[in-house]
Design a protein around this ligand. Structure first.
Ligand code: ADP
Length: 306
């Protein structure tokens, strides 16, 4: 089984004491790709990079994680997006982004690039993308991706989607709703977070959220709710799977992304949805016990293994 994750990986700068910043790489679908690859599933990351040293380092980081980089195009004279984390005096984290010119924004925009990508993606079993992937793409490119996804599914491919709503990446909430809705209509597996759904759609509670999403023809609908039980709608049945308690939560960055990785890896390895949710919970638990969205392999070499 092969998975391809589409999106943007950025340079991350996070505070490490007076005047010091640690540099790493992260991005929602990229974080997921890393943990899926660590679980032994063949994983590709699909994005565009530049020809600068950071792009080079990103490729090296992906190869070190056994992520297939064969679909990544390089744009001359460009460099990846960047974000910094600032710890406010009252303990909150403030994120600043410089990603407006990121080469990943050209995903699916150019015809030749699109044709090459489509040929590549026809060979994979599962595509994974998020609301952030859609938000950074040009509207026309989004349309083209949606058309391709229709063909991909008709050919037997599966599509997994996390709405990951980030208001400032969209021109309006209506634009976000329209795009997210169109892609959910063409998804098999929805991995949603209640908080994001409420922000995007104004759902009062989980029931309302599940009901609203019932209009899509999803085979699996997973609703993440932090430490609250994960809800699964599958085969016309709804069940709640408890989240094991994590006593020392250090940093919840990447909780949802790593949960998705555990879930998708398990499903692609033949596990049933209920068991895949437990794998998602295990993967997320290992990540939130440590700092950063991507924890070192040495801490949890195979975070999704039982
Ligand atoms: P997101 O990171 O997208 O906001 P959630 O906060 O819903 O997503 O968390 C995703 C998953 O991470 C949960 O389903 C659970 O497995 C795990 N998780 C998050 N917060 C906690 C917590 N406080 N204790 C235990 N597990 C957690």
């Amino acid at each position: 089984m092969k998975l391809a994750a589409l999106g943007e990986v950025m340079v991350e700068l996070s505070p490490r004491g007076e005047g010091l910043l640690a540099q790493s790489f992260a991005g929602d679908t990229y974080n997921t790709a890393v943990y899926v690859a660590r679980s032994g599933v063949h994983t590709s990351y699909v994005t565009l990079l530049g020809d600068d040293p950071y792009s080079e380092q990103m490729l090296e980081a992906m190869r070190a994680e056994s992520i297939d980089t064969g679909a990544i195009e390089r744009l001359p004279g460009r460099c990846p997006g960047l974000y910094s984390i600032y710890n406010t005096p009252d303990g909150e984290r403030y994120f600043t982004y410089w990603r407006g010119e990121s080469p990943a924004r050209e995903l699916f925009a150019d015809q030749l690039q699109r044709e090459r990508l489509q040929n590549y993606l026809r060979e994979v079993d599962c595509l994974y993308l998020s609301g952030i992937t859609l938000a950074i793409m040009a509207p026309h490119a989004r349309e083209c991706l949606l058309t391709f996804i229709g063909e991909f599914r008709a050919g037997g491919g599966r599509v997994a989607f996390d709405s990951n709503y980030r208001p400032r990446l969209w021109t309006s909430v209506e634009e976000a709703r329209e795009a997210v809705s169109a892609f959910l209509q063409q998804s098999d597996i929805a991995l949603l977070t209640l908080e994001d759904e409420q922000l995007l759609w104004g759902d009062g509670d989980a029931d309302e959220c599940l009901q609203r999403n019932g209009r899509y023809r999803l085979s699996e609908l997973v609703l993440k709710r932090g430490a609250e039980p994960v809800l699964l709608q599958h085969d016309g049945e709804l069940c709640a799977i408890p989240v094991p308690e994590v006593r020392e939560v250090v940093d919840t960055t990447g909780a949802g992304d790593s949960f998705n990785a555990g879930y998708l890896a398990a499903r692609l390895q033949g596990e049933e949805p209920e068991a895949a949710i437990s794998a998602g919970n295990r993967c997320a638990a290992a990540v939130i016990r440590n700092r950063g969205a991507i924890i070192p392999r040495s801490i949890a070499p195979g975070v999704t293994s039982r």
